[in-house]
Write a protein that binds this ligand. Structure first.
Ligand SMILES: [Zn+2]
Length: 137
């Protein structure tokens, strides 16, 4: 008998909006982030007198941030002192992607709750026309 109660419907919207807003706040806290994975690799520096120019020499060891861009693998060199920072930036990117997914899910739930509560938004407005009235229902 409570399923059609306006109070419960409005609480549903408020709950879903609270979840969505918390995720939005968390998204605002995202710091430097970089996509990709760290890979150990060797490279040739190009100097003709360097040992790496000799045949069979593996080259200079180093690290790169590797990722796919438009179907192609792109590697960007990362100096050893920046490895820890880069790992943190990669972790932050993973957190960003995870939060984005949760935000979209929460937003979808909020949109459904609004429709269920009869809240219709005018295009270009973030606040439904009946939300203020809904706060007091
Ligand atoms: Zn070299």
């Amino acid at each position: 008998m409570f399923a059609n109660c306006g109070v419960l419907l409005c609480y549903g919207v408020i709950d879903e909006q609270h979840v969505r807003d918390e995720l939005r706040d968390e998204l605002a806290s995202i710091g430097d982030c970089r996509p990709g994975v760290l890979v150990e690799m060797t490279r040739k520096c190009g100097k003709p007198t360097c040992h790496c120019a000799r045949e069979g020499d593996p080259g200079h060891p180093g690290w790169a941030l590797s990722r796919m861009v438009g179907g192609k693998r792109v590697n960007r060199g990362i100096p050893v002192p920046a490895l820890e920072q880069t790992r943190a930036q990669i972790a932050e990117h993973a957190r960003f992607k995870e939060l984005c997914g949760r935000f979209v899910e929460a937003s979808e739930e909020l949109c459904r709750a609004r429709l269920k509560a009869g809240q219709i938004q005018r295009p270009g407005r973030n606040t439904p026309t009946s939300l203020i009235a809904g706060m007091y229902c």
